[in-house]
Write a protein that binds this ligand. Sequence first.
Ligand SMILES: O=P(O)(O)OC[C@H]1O[C@H](O)[C@H](O)[C@@H](O)[C@@H]1O
Length: 283
Amino acid sequence: MSPVPSISISESNGLSFLNVNNEFASAKISLFGGHVLSFVPALDGKDRLWVSPHAYLNGERPIRGGIPICWPWFANDHGKEAGELPPHGFLRTQVWQLTESSEDESGTTLALTPSFTRAEGFEHDCNVVLRVHVGARLRVALETENTGVAPFSFNTALHTYFHVDHIKHTELVGITGEYKDKLDDWAVKPTPVPYTIDAETDRIHLSAVKQATISVDSTEFTDVISEGNDSLVVWNPWQGAASISDMDPFGYKHMLCVESSVTKGLKLEPGEKFELAQIIVPK
Ligand SMILES: O=P(O)(O)OC[C@H]1O[C@H](O)[C@H](O)[C@@H](O)[C@@H]1O
């Protein structure tokens, strides 16, 4: 299909990208992974997303940064030994197609679909559509529809890497309740107040937080609104970034993952649809 005029297509290292430019913002989306890489609002010209300078942008590995799509499982929660199946599922490493695009007074909307939704570890019939709206806000929504005759359960996440000027000057506001600490054998702990990051952090917040704010130097920078989530994941590898081959040792200073997530298992009956969405609101 030919996209609307606010979308142009570029290619590099064998990957294709959709570049969206309208009066509200610009955005870049990789068809590999159905992966939003950048969202720069006209408001202040500051990218809200972070991509590692060492990210593989050639289809060899999932892209480190932007908005990876985790589906139909989160991390290694696929019921087999870690390493037997790809972490975060199999959508972030396949080529997606642009199936629809439109523009109106609020911005540009695109729909993308993955090449396949059935693979080892998830042998069910379904349709998956990613809808991206680039306007004064960025809305990313992943819809899953059960097109089969039996129910299935799955997990999913919009694993967004937010850009922050400096992690040591960053605070997360609005997260309440308890979290499971992956770095402490999944111990359940109260959410800290104030919520600052000063060490490796890998947490599944167990309440369905609908709005969190990323503040930098006590100034609100980005609101993160979630719809359909049952949890919120917060991740920063800190100096462990040095052992991640597609991050540099200091990469952790400029990113914070705040992931709108379904981690508790969501059951879809035949014919049912479910949407997980994240809305990124520049302040
Ligand atoms: O390296 P990746 O497979 O992209 O995963 C990156 C991170 O994703 C999530 O935030 C998990 O909670 C972390 O445990 C994991 O390290």
